[in-house]
Structure formats: structure tokens, C-alpha cells
Design a protein around this ligand. Structure first.
Ligand code: 13P
Length: 255
């Protein structure tokens, strides 16, 4: 029996208009009544434009809302950006930060992730902090040092009392959207490594309570084995979260 409550999050990325989102959430509400998810956290992370509508639809359920990014400042002249307060305003409880797609295409660094994580926590938003190596980094075999540094830098200066509010997502870049997931043993190894970094940062007792999600080609067929690993406390699901049946199957695989 795991001490940590499983957390399954759907990262919809740049998919679904408001209308399409409504259709998906209608099906999810039928498949995932509260009785099924009472022992786990289920989080939907639609694009910004659909947050408000989806939040309305899940407001009387145990399903929680998350966003896919935010800015660290409270407000101001930052065209195109969204603040933690704005996310709270549309009922978000979580925010994905430092996704590899943002690191790769939009200049996100562990330093900006760190600013965002602190700002999120200050606004009572739980950051889902993403880390993970590229294929090149894994093949060069220095990927452990890279993941360690990403965790350390992204969580730098966060108070130990807030550690439990943080979720870390290990998403090897080579496994994202490729259909090639990390094997359960490969993922478990890195999750255990991440937990040692968390212990350095926050102390072993607190590190034992931090949830670490795996992300990268999670599907109904591989979810159960991945989620049964000692240090895998949930999944951050991309493609398979866009389909009610497959997302439901993954949620059910989390015990
Ligand atoms: P896929 O599940 O589509 O591989 O995406 C994973 C991911 O990036 C979730 O954040």
C-alpha cells in the first residue's frame, strides 16, 4: 500500500476548442463518478480558453483543474501571459510548469520554472514541475546529472513546509508523444533518484510525501505496471487524456 495519494493528470496541450472540451468532459463525468476517484486525485489541464467552462462542469465533483503554464508576476505589462491569481479565479488548483515542450520551444529554463513554482505556491496553486532528459542526453549517459540539476534548480529555495504541495513529473523527452514509454524499471530508477534529490532539499521525511508522476506515452496498456512501481505516484498523460475511455482506464489503473 502506497502512502502517497495517486495523482493522474491529463495534459491536453494545444487541443480542444471549448465545444470539444465540453464533449470530452461530459463523457469523463459519466465514466469517472466520485465513487471511482475517491482515493486518488484526478486533474484536468485544458488550454487556457477552456478552463472556465470545464471548471464549471466539474465544480460539484472531485475532479480538479490545472493549467499548463503561468507567469511568475502577479500582474502587469506581460502581453500574452497569465498570472496565478487569474488561474485561481477560474478554479485551478494545479499548474504544470517547465514542460519539456516549453523548455524546447519557448525558452523555459529551470530558473524561470523556479520563479513560477514559488509564485504558484504563494497563490495556493500546486505546481506540477516537469523534468526529463532528451534522447541525446540519455545516450550520452549523463542524464542522471541533468535530471538531478533540473529538480534542484526548479525547486531551489522552496520552503520545506511547502514540499508536499509540489508534484514532480518525470517526463523523458524521448518518450513524449512517441509511443515509446520508459520501461517501468527505467522510470522507477529515475523516480528513486528524484526522491533522493528531494530528500537533500527538504529532508527524507518530507521527500517521502512528495508525489512523483511519470509522463511519456502512458496508455491503458502500460499504466498499471508503471503505476505499480514504488516511487511512481501517478501519471501525467498527454495523448491518451484526449479520449475519455483511455483516460478513464489510466485513472482506474492507479491504486
Ligand atoms: P504523451 O502522453 O502524449 O506522450 O505526452 C506526455 C506529456 O507530455 C504529458 O505532459
Amino acid at each position: 500500500m502506497k502512502v502517497r495519494r495517486p495523482i493522474i493528470a491529463g495534459n491536453w496541450k494545444m487541443h480542444k476548442t471549448v465545444h470539444e472540451a465540453q464533449t470530452l468532459v461530459k463523457s469523463l463525468l459519466l465514466e469517472l463518478p466520485d465513487t471511482i476517484i475517491s482515493d486518488k486525485d484526478v486533474v484536468l489541464c485544458p488550454p487556457f480558453t477552456a478552463l472556465h467552462k470545464v471548471a464549471d462542469m466539474v465544480s460539484n465533483t472531485s475532479i480538479r483543474m490545472g493549467a499548463q503554464d503561468m507567469h511568475w508576476e502577479k500582474e502587469g505589462a506581460f502581453t500574452g501571459e497569465i498570472s496565478a491569481t487569474m488561474l485561481r479565479d477560474v478554479y485551478c488548483r494545479y499548474v504544470i510548469l517547465g514542460h519539456s515542450e516549453r523548455r524546447q520551444h519557448f525558452g523555459e529554463t529551470s530558473q524561470t520554472v523556479n520563479l513560477k513554482a514559488k509564485a504558484a505556491l504563494a497563490s495556493n496553486l500546486r505546481p506540477i514541475v516537469c523534468v526529463g532528459e532528451t534522447l541525446e542526453e540519455r545516450e550520452k549517459k549523463d542524464f542522471r546529472a541533468i535530471v538531478r540539476a533540473q529538480v534542484r534548480e526548479s525547486l531551489h529555495g522552496i520552503a520545506a513546509e511547502l514540499a508536499e504541495e509540489v508534484v514532480v513529473a518525470y517526463e523523458p523527452v524521448w518518450a513524449i508523444g512517441t509511443g515509446r514509454n520508459a520501461s517501468p524499471a527505467q522510470a522507477q530508477e529515475v523516480h528513486a533518484l528524484i526522491r533522493t534529490v528531494l530528500a537533500d532539499l527538504f529532508g527524507a521525511k518530507r521527500a517521502a510525501k512528495v508525489r512523483i508522476q511519470y509522463g511519456g506515452s502512458v496508455k491503458p496498456a502500460n499504466a498499471e505496471e508503471l503505476l505499480s512501481q514504488t516511487d511512481i505516484d501517478g501519471a501525467l498523460v498527454g495523448g491518451a487524456s484526449l479520449d475519455a475511455r483511455s483516460f478513464t482506464a489510466i485513472v482506474k489503473a492507479a491504486k
